[in-house]
Design a protein around this ligand. Sequence first.
Ligand code: CMX
Length: 441
Amino acid sequence: MDTYKEKFKSKADAAGAEIKDLLKEHGNKKIGDVHLSQIYQGMRGMTGLVSETSLLDSQEGIRFRGYSIPELQVKLPKAKNGSEPLPEGLFHLMLYGELPTEADVNEMTAKWQRRSHVPTHVFNTIDALPLSTHPMTMFVVGIMALQTESNFAKEYSKGMNKKDYWDYAFDDAMDLIARLPRIAAYVYRRKYKNNEHIQPNGLLDWAGNFAHMLGYENEGFHELMRLYMTIHADHEGGNVSAHTTHLVGSALSDPYLSFAAGMNGLAGPLHGLANQEVIKWIFEMQEHLGADNPSKEQIATYVQDTISAGKVVPGYGHAVLRKTDPRFTAQMEFGKKHMPDDPLCQTVWNIYDTVPPILQSLGKIKNPWPNVDAHSGALLIHFGLKEYEFYTVMFGVSRALGVMASLIWSRALSFPLERPKSVTTELVKKWLKGEEEVWGE
Ligand code: CMX
């Protein structure tokens, strides 16, 4: 076993023993009450999962193993001459629970470089899809084609010992993360750049190499990719992409199958697809108003029109957060530092000034503040990446870091099959009349 895995194994053994003791002593303690409304309303606020890699506070936003985004921007190693954190470092932190050294990060980059080969059949499978296919569909099909490489699935079919699940999940997770940028870049270049592909550059870091394969050599874009890949990586365990990956993984579906399932969830407009919807909505607003940089009054009217038409204002609101998303703030700071005069960024900032009071005035929206997706597209467009249907794929490449680190932990801690109880309204009505017992099997 290499030192990488040994280090993880000793941490996982210690964590497993701690959880065992904890459950022995406190296993019967209640962690919250479930209200009838919660089971009809998307299980909001219902604690039902353990996810070790990050924790979301409704007021403060995300903390990765205890560190906020501004803290990580200081504490995680950077690329040479760069000022944004390297996502390799965030993955190390999520996996081991400790900040990496520069050497740790360099080693992670090297490991991913060595594991990054994508077999030809994956590209051929993507090529079989019509060019009109949405990039997220091409991405998921590429991931599914790559499932042929799963060590976990191969070992399971041979008859794997339960104790070894984490080991093969670890290998698959590392391989998958290493290969995703190539698949994503392939989708982008096939769909938007005349099928002219760019070979990986073995001297670059993971996010820098992704930027390079997409065809963007500007150092500012490479820095943006490092920030982007870091802040989109994880948002605790209950969001649709993380939860789906966890749920499917709990059936011992291998990491490729689990991650592909999570990506199908990310492709929904209330989740990751919101990043494309935001830019689409801004472009439609500009066209409708005939103005590249609409005034706050014009934006306010357009927002009202959107709401009156029964649509959501994309990029605003959150199921858990109740303040401006620190991932939005990190991107706004990047914009103010690198492109303060960019008209699209200015529009995003004007929308930020305009939308929250309007949403608040409706009285029903729990969080009127922007989320991560409200800003990302404007930064990408500044560097020329204007094909907004591709944005969710970029989110997905980043999300792999968090959900794969979590999946390794889930197998190491022997988390079982996830199988909550569901009820029918008929049973609920009987339970309300005292005729039936609902809870517990
Ligand atoms: N614009 C208009 N209406 C909104 C709204 C928005 N941005 N956000 C919430 N609402 C509405 C809901 O649709 C709901 O309306 P109904 O009662 O008529 O069904 C009501 O306000 C209450 O919703 P909520 O409890 O505040 O929000 P939820 O937890 O149900 O939903 C979210 C959260 C993110 C799905 C929702 O805010 C939304 O649809 N936002 C726009 C899409 C978006 O930006 N998604 C990305 C989230 C981040 C990510 O996962 O990437």
